[in-house]
Design a protein around this ligand. Structure first.
Ligand code: C2O
Ligand code: CU
Ligand code: CU
Length: 488
């Protein structure tokens, strides 16, 4: 049996594709917000490098008059954008008013294991966590989200996610007016009950095996919103904040845009593209030319990365669904530009790798059968190298200052693999060299078959607070497709 959610994937795509006004006249009930919400910007430098966040539950309207119970950082849903400068030491203070334990993980931030916010770094209800974050990496778009074991999927789904912008003082002349031509866009999918606005997170077996997927795309917490942008170059900072879904983004008019940065920072030069796949937890910064003045819809294609299940549920649907719309005003006086060169990332020398490890990610699907953990006494098959996550087991020991080649193999479906506390370069994807937009520093990679990564360890993590590596399909992570490593 397909679940409601599973069914929604195919049905949702087909339904929105049939609308003449794609999604913007979405009938009943009315969307609560039509203009793109821009999160608050908290610039650490302006706040003397001390920032407080409160994690709490609240209410947010996706649909008018139907408040949804959600979670958020210092607000009812999502969180402020935090801006950090390289070289600064930022004192964070995170108060947990959720009523349940949480953690805050700084995804992509290169900090030691004890302040990384992994599953061991629990903030109990009513408690406040005060890590100092030493910012020590090039400019990049990162994010923060909860990481309590078995609970990450639910807490993110209910709304916990925020962006981080790291700046390093290099001025490339890019658009940089926050919320105007430098636009944070957190793209997610949800199943929202249209009668009462609720979002549920009760997992079926299929949800665990394939990840929770929704039929409604939200951007910064709003359904198909409209952004008003100046004529000229605009720089969306894209985050796929979904639990499981890959987006395949393109503009409806087929225009070319330029990818300028991936997870870990700038590429060496802009990469022109017209379709961009972005997997859970991945970030890309792109530059889009709006000087022509025409409004345009950003849309996403069906997720083709679900293995056997995708072949069933997406059969026959090749349709794109709207994500958001851009309307163009007059040109801004301080417009940024598209540079021809960005930043040359350090050359990669795989020979310097001190060892090779291999990780096989399995979501429990072998052939046509799905097998869940402990069924008939069988061991869990959602895991890495045949083992499910054990917080008391260190899976790998690495040496600070070295690099290793990690070979990742996906079984059952494509898995977005993520490493904490380190950045990597993709050496190969299915034995081929990666496309240009995946040649820079990364911390997440969608592995369809096999990927070879050169992972560089620059931050320490001891036994009490090891770094995690895991599939960023949050239901897989929660089910145990996660391991941990120390770095000394
Ligand atoms: Cu985005 Cu282990 O995290
Ligand atoms: Cu992370
Ligand atoms: Cu996975």
């Amino acid at each position: 049996m397909l679940t409601r959610r599973a069914f929604a994937i195919g049905a949702g795509a087909a339904a929105s594709a049939s609308l003449l006004d794609p999604g913007f006249g979405r009938g009943e009930p009315a969307r609560a917000v039509t203009r793109l919400p821009v999160p608050q910007l908290i610039d650490a430098a302006i706040h003397h490098n001390a920032i407080g966040l409160t994690v709490s539950a609240g209410h947010h309207e996706f649909y008018k008059g139907k408040p949804t119970r959600t979670y958020g950082y210092s607000g009812p849903i999502l969180g402020p954008v935090l801006r950090f400068r390289r070289g600064d030491h930022v004192e964070m203070s995170v108060r947990n008013e959720l009523g349940v334990a949480t953690t805050v993980h700084w995804h992509g931030l290169l900090v030691p294991g004890d302040v990384d916010g992994g599953p061991q770094r629990k903030i109990e209800p009513g408690a406040t966590w005060r890590p100092t974050l030493s910012i020590d990496q090039p400019a990049a778009t990162l994010w923060y989200h909860p990481h309590p074991h078995h609970e990450t999927g639910r807490q993110v789904y209910l709304g916990l996610a925020g962006l981080i912008i790291v700046e390093d003082g290099h001025d490339l002349g890019l658009p940089d007016q926050f919320g105007v031509d430098d636009l944070p866009l957190t793209i997610q999918d949800r199943v929202i009950d249209e009668t009462d606005g609720s979002i549920g997170y009760d997992l079926s077996e299929l949800d665990v095996v394939y990840g929770v997927r929704g039929d409604t795309v939200i951007v910064n917490g709003a359904i198909t919103p409209t952004a008003h942008v100046p004529a000229g170059w605009v720089r969306p900072r894209l985050l796929n904040g979904s639990n499981a879904r890959n987006f395949e983004l393109r503009f409806q008019d087929g225009r070319t845009f330029h990818v300028i940065a991936s997870d870990g920072g700038f590429l060496s030069r802009p990469v022109p593209m017209s379709v961009l796949r972005i997997s859970p937890a991945e970030r890309f910064e792109i530059l889009v030319d709006f000087s022509g003045g025409q409004p345009v819809v950003l849309e996403t294609g069906p997720d083709r990365s679900m293995g056997l299940f995708g072949a069933i549920s997406d059969a026959g649907t090749d349709e794109y669904a709207p994500v958001m719309r851009f309307e163009v005003g007059s040109a801004s006086e301080t417009a940024g530009r598209l540079p021809s060169q960005l930043v040359e990332p350090a050359a990669i020398a795989p020979v310097e790798a001190v060892r090779r490890r291999s990780f096989v990610l399995n979501n429990g699907v072998c052939g046509q059968r799905t097998r869940m953990s402990n069924h008939d006494g069988m061991p869990a098959l959602i895991g890495i190298n045949g083992r499910t996550h054990d917080p008391n087991r260190i899976d790998a020991e690495t040496k600070l200052g070295t690099s290793e080649i990690w070979e990742i193999t996906s079984v059952g479906m494509a898995h977005p693999f993520h490493v904490h506390g380190a950045l990597f370069r993709i050496l190969s994807l299915d034995d081929k060299s990666p496309p240009d937009h995946l040649k820079g520093w990364k911390d997440v990679v969608l592995v369809e078959g096999k990927a070879e990564l050169l992972v560089k360890f620059t931050k320490p993590a001891a036994r009490g607070y090891p770094f995690m590596y895991h599939c960023h399909i949050l239901e897989h992570e929660d089910a145990g497709m996660m391991g941990q490593y120390v770095c000394t």
